[in-house]
Design a protein around this ligand. Structure first.
Ligand code: CTP
Ligand code: CA
Length: 229
């Protein structure tokens, strides 16, 4: 991988990586969450540190030891993630949103355990969470700051993967979107993945490999985007 041979090519850069999946509590013991394992975010943080970057990792519900030399801020909900990432992003050169934030949160969480009532079901009233990445794009003051998003899509034939990715890149307004297909046995918790890199200029990939290898490719691309500004 080019990045490994490049040695300390991220030295002097401050980067923020988010990882894992957020949880929205319904009551003190239950939450809405997702299957994100944090592996990709961990690989990104490790790779950036190896290449000399100053790395901040914001982790949502990831049960793994911190990568060596990387401080970890732990968060639970999407609102927590938004606060931690926004604070860290202020003086960051690159922010990579590898976390899978919950998109919906209860309109009102119950302070006590929700009880069953007879044999009735349960309706949940959910509202959308804040879009962290879109907020970073809006709040960007350093024109050289590179903002990277991920998109895990489940193509269903109507719209192909690349089309979904292009639309998301345009909607988010970030500089780079890392696109992958998800589904049973794909991506989540797996050591290997396959990604396509989308920028407003075009696409690169697919690249298949270990998440460590892919992390280096993502940093190569983020670095070249930054250098081109
Ligand atoms: N993201 C974010 N804040 C959210 C939701 C998503 O910052 N509340 C980020 C993710 O970390 C990822 C990118 O946006 O880098 C795309 O996430 P994704 O879930 O694919 O897109 P959404 O905009 O949430 O759209 P949808 O889930 O409806 O496809
Ligand atoms: Ca989402």
């Amino acid at each position: 991988v080019a990045g490994r041979a490049a040695g300390q090519d991220l030295a002097g850069l401050r980067v923020v990586v988010s990882a894992g999946g957020t949880r929205e509590h319904l009551d003190p013991v239950r939450f809405l969450g997702n299957a994100s394992s944090g592996l990709m975010g961990w690989a990104l943080a490790r790779a950036a540190r190896l290449r000399g970057a100053e790395v901040t990792l914001v982790a949502a519900n990831v049960d793994r030891p911190a990568p060596p030399g990387v401080p970890v801020t732990t968060v639970t909900s999407t609102a927590d993630l938004a606060a931690a990432v926004t604070a860290a992003a202020g003086n960051a050169d690159v922010v990579v949103m590898a976390a899978a934030p919950a998109d919906f949160t209860p309109a009102a969480a119950s302070g006590t355990k929700i009880k069953k009532s007879g044999d009735g079901g349960l309706e949940l009233d959910l509202v959308q969470t804040a879009d962290v990445l879109a907020g970073l794009v809006r709040a960007r003051t350093d024109p050289r700051q590179v903002l990277v998003g991920f998109a895990a899509e489940t193509p269903d034939g109507d719209a192909d993967l690349l089309e979904l990715g292009r639309a998301k890149l345009a909607r988010k307004g970030c500089d780079l979107l890392v696109l992958n297909a998800v589904g049973p046995g794909l991506v989540f918790g797996q050591p290997d993945s396959e990604i396509t890199l989308l920028t407003p200029e075009g696409s690169d990939g697919p690249h298949a490999g270990s998440k460590d290898t892919l992390a280096h490719i993502i940093w190569d691309t983020a670095l070249s985007l930054r250098s081109s500004r």
